[in-house]
Design a protein around this ligand. Structure first.
Ligand code: SF4
Ligand code: SF4
Ligand code: FES
Length: 372
């Protein structure tokens, strides 16, 4: 039977209710509504509000995954209420009830409505979300190569729903972290050839202790984004531009950490953990970390972590020093050589990656990108 012909059935919603102005503690509220299974969680909330309690707070507008206003957590997972079918929500329910609560990492205004201005939009403002061209504007329009625009389409697809902000583990630990949505927005301008301040932008985001190196690479933002923006990937691309294109040696040792990581894998085939920290502070080099006063100071500051690791048994001193190489690490080096022998890697966005594409192939890719 087609989804749209399935009969209506009962679904129970458990809604998190909270009005900070009331002075009362948050509480859970349950309502059973009747809808076809392919209808959305948003429709269910609106039905509960219309039939049982007009004071339920929920923000929405388009009901079509376009405006980004109905972000909530459904059974703990951030997403769009209008883009989540009731039958799909039932699959992740722990007890047969669909639990809906406001998004995380942002203060609650009322019930399911969070203060996007206080966190999300403030962070977007932080990355200077407009073009900074230089010189007089052209008489007509700026001419931009199609592949440059394909490159940034993924970050431009963001509808600012805040789901990634809600899911971000780094932001939970460090509320000052600029965060996935705002950094994806930053890539939108770093990837745009009309902007004349790529290096300044990257330097700013690399030097900020809450910037691009504050992301722990956990993939949570990639999993929850309803528009496939893959914010983490945009952050990794900002890092690659900062380290490879501009050689920005930042105070957060992000540059050194990347060089150390890649260098160790090339040499050993596996990660030599005890060398990772000193090499990271030595811009990828073990020698530099032993002679540079700034590296020595950073290493001394990190000594407490090492001592704690030894005490708790998480760090095994013998394994840390006598590191085993991958039995056939020559294969790893071969892969490195092969990659390094290629011309520049062409990476337009998550979906379009290639190497040494011929002109006509690039043209075809550009066409494909425009169609998608
Ligand atoms: S990958 Fe980075 S930005 Fe994305 S949720 Fe994890 S820590 Fe946050
Ligand atoms: S990146 Fe995705 S999850 Fe984050 S605000 Fe934009 S659309 Fe929403
Ligand atoms: S109501 Fe517009 S995205 Fe859900």
């Amino acid at each position: 039977m087609a989804e749209t012909h399935k009969p209506a059935r009962d679904f129970t919603l458990r809604l998190r209710r909270y009005d900070p102005e009331s002075g009362e503690a948050p509480y859970w509220d349950e309502h059973t509504i009747s809808l076809q299974p392919h209808r959305s969680v948003l429709e269910a909330i609106l039905q509960a509000r219309a039939r049982f309690d007009g004071s339920i707070g929920i923000r929405c507008s388009c009901k079509a995954a376009i405006c980004g206003s109905c972000g909530v957590r459904i059974n703990g997972q951030p997403g769009l209420a209008c883009h989540t079918h009731l039958d799909a929500a039932m699959l992740t329910s722990a007890d047969g009830v669909i639990e809906v609560e406001p998004m995380g990492n942002m203060p609650v205004i009322k019930d399911l409505i969070v203060d996007m201005d206080a966190v999300h939009w403030k962070k977007v403002q932080r990355v200077v979300p407009w073009l900074l061209p230089e010189g007089d504007p052209p008489e007509r329009e700026y001419i931009v190569p199609p592949e440059s625009m394909i490159d940034i389409t993924q970050s431009m697809a963001c509808i600012h729903c805040g789901a990634c902000v809600s899911a971000c583990l780094s932001m939970e630990v460090d509320p000052e972290f600029i965060g996935p949505a705002a950094l994806a927005k930053a890539y939108r301008f770093v990837g745009d050839p009309r902007d004349a301040h790529h290096e300044d932008r990257l330097l700013d985001l690399a030097e900020d202790p809450h910037g691009i190196y504050d992301c722990t690479h956990c993939f949570a933002c990639v999993e929850v984004c309803p528009k496939d923006v893959a914010p983490m990937n945009q952050i990794m691309r900002l890092r690659r531009r900062a380290t490879n294109d501009y050689e920005i040696k930042d105070a957060n040792a992000g540059y050194g950490h990347e060089k150390a990581f890649v260098g160790l894998i090339e040499k050993y085939g596996t990660l030599h953990e005890s060398q990772l920290l000193p090499r990271s502070y030595g811009e990828g080099s073990l020698i530099k970390s032993q002679v540079k006063p700034s590296s020595l100071a950073k290493l001394a500051a990190g000594a407490g972590t090492v001592v704690n690791g030894l005490k708790s048994g998480k760090v095994n001193p013998i394994k840390a020093v006598v590191h085993h190489k991958l039995p056939d690490q020559k294969q790893v080096r071969r892969i490195f050589k092969e990659i390094e022998s290629k011309d520049d890697r062409l990476e337009l966005n998550l979906y379009i990656v290639g190497e040494e594409a011929e002109d006509e192939d690039q043209g075809a890719m550009a066409e494909g990108g425009r169609e998608s």
